[in-house]
Write a protein that binds this ligand. Structure first.
Ligand SMILES: [Fe+2]
Ligand SMILES: [Fe+2]
Length: 161
């Protein structure tokens, strides 16, 4: 595997773990706001991000590469209101999509067909992630930051496993 690709994948392990960290921060924010459904939804999301990190971690090790497990940046846990929190998640997913695309560009450039195939899953996943995070922003924008309104959505979100 080309060194540039392994470096990008290694960095992506860190970025997916940071995503988990960020979602945990958002989950904590909603917990403190008394919106347990939102909190639970973002906690599930944090678990998914850890799975993303592990997929890349396994891929690197299975292909005889190393994983550095560098330190994580501190997660943003301070949000002005519910809308700011869900917008942060949406912004982050768009950033992650760009990062995945950069690795894909490198894999194409180096004719690394195996990594291209591996990354296909992430390309599809990011489509779903952007869809979900965008929909969340739309819903919260529609309801406004009023907790009475958010409470209805909170009940729905709490059912995510
Ligand atoms: Fe992810
Ligand atoms: Fe994600």
């Amino acid at each position: 595997m080309d060194k540039k690709i392994t470096e990008l994948l290694d960095a992506q392990v860190n970025k997916e773990l940071y995503s988990a960290y960020l979602y945990l921060g958002i989950s904590k924010f909603f917990s403190k706001e008394g919106l347990g459904g939102f909190a639970s939804w973002y906690k599930v999301q944090a678990e998914e991000e850890q799975e993303h990190a592990m997929k890349i971690y396994d891929y690197l090790l299975e292909n005889g590469q190393d994983v550095t497990l560098n330190s994580l940046a501190a997660a943003n846990v301070d949000f002005k209101d519910a809308l700011a929190a869900v917008k942060e998640a949406d912004k982050h997913e768009h950033y992650i999509t760009k990062e995945i695309e950069k690795i894909m560009d490198a894999a194409v450039e180096h004719k690394d067909y195996r990594t291209q195939l591996f990354l296909n899953w992430f390309i599809t996943e990011q489509e779903e992630e952007e869809h979900n995070s965008g929909e969340m922003v739309e819903k919260v924008e529609m309801l406004g930051n009023d907790k009475k309104n958010l409470y209805l959505l909170d009940k729905e979100l709490g059912s995510r496993k």
